[in-house]
Design a protein around this ligand. Structure first.
Ligand code: 13P
Length: 276
């Protein structure tokens, strides 16, 4: 069933686990994630980067995600990942997203608040919840990163904007890590206590399992996986013999690889059996 970001995060909050948020790119990645969620009886978030909405793919992909979510027996939220502007979040909502992220984290605090609040006001008015970001989570290729999210600022940010979820900078980055990250678990716990909102971890691919588990104990309720979904899909593509020409048959293995990857993360995050 299709649910909103707030609804799915409430399930995670109640069960003290994290909902996996899988970045999807095509029908096959959607199929793999949904099959995993059904098998594990887990709530899941299927999300797409803003470029899929701005460059046209979402015209085809959004109806696939929505059809899959509506057919599913488990709660599924369709979320925009890293919307860069109010125009982008509006477009995603027009395509049926039931949650949107506005990422104004590269701006200073006041500007971030201003942009995020404007998006929250509009989205909430039509029943859509918003994820904001405070502390810019960059990529593994960045030379340096912002200072980690300040807990007092996080509290103020949540109060001023009304976001339903907050992405924080606590040691992760987007992409494939060159060496394992070291998360500031204590900081997550303090932010959670002060800001009292479901917290989001970006850059989920490659975080060691023990740190994922510790971060959830400290208050993380949504963890994003993008890079490793792509690798699992592509590993499947490269494993198939070229003599398989019918594309639907060719895609069975890539779909299965995505499913196995999604299942492993559902279990790690404690989401198995938590569908309500
Ligand atoms: P990874 O690609 O590092 O898993 O990060 C995904 C993400 O955080 C999407 O916003």
């Amino acid at each position: 069933m299709l649910v909103t970001l707030k609804e799915i995060l409430a399930i995670a909050e109640e069960g003290k686990f994290a909902v996996p948020a899988f970045n999807v790119y095509n029908m096959e990645t959607v199929m793999g994630c949904i099959e995993a969620a059904e098998e594990a009886k887990a709530p899941v978030i299927l999300q797409s980067y803003s470029r899929l909405f701005t460059q046209g793919s979402a015209y085809y992909l959004a109806p696939i995600v929505l059809a899959a979510a509506e057919k599913a027996s488990v709660p599924v939220c369709f979320h925009l990942d890293h919307g860069a502007s109010e125009q982008e979040t509006t477009r995603a909502i027009r395509y049926g997203a039931t949650g949107v992220m506005i990422d104004a984290s590269a701006f200073d605090f006041d500007k971030n608040v201003e942009i995020t609040k404007r998006v929250v006001d509009t989205a909430n008015y039509i029943g859509i919840d918003v994820e904001g970001e405070l502390g810019h989570v960059g990529t593994v290729n960045d030379e340096s990163m912002d200072e980690f999210t300040n807990p007092d600022e996080a509290k103020e940010f949540v109060e001023k904007t009304g976001v339903a979820a907050l992405a924080v900078l606590v040691g992760t980055a987007h992409g494939r890590y060159k060496k394992p990250p070291k998360l500031d678990i204590e900081r997550i716990a303090v932010i959670k206590e002060k800001a009292n909102v479901p917290l989001v971890l970006h850059g989920g691919s490659g975080i060691p399992d023990d740190q994922i588990i510790a971060s959830i104990k400290a208050g993380i309720r949504k963890i994003n996986f993008g890079t490793d979904i792509c690798y699992s899909f592509l590993d499947g593509v490269f494993a198939v013999d070229r003599s398989t020409v019918a594309v639907d048959l060719f895609m069975k293995e890539p779909i299965n690889c995505v499913k196995q990857f999604a299942l492993s993360k559902i279990k790690l995050l404690g989401a198995e059996g938590m569908a309500k």
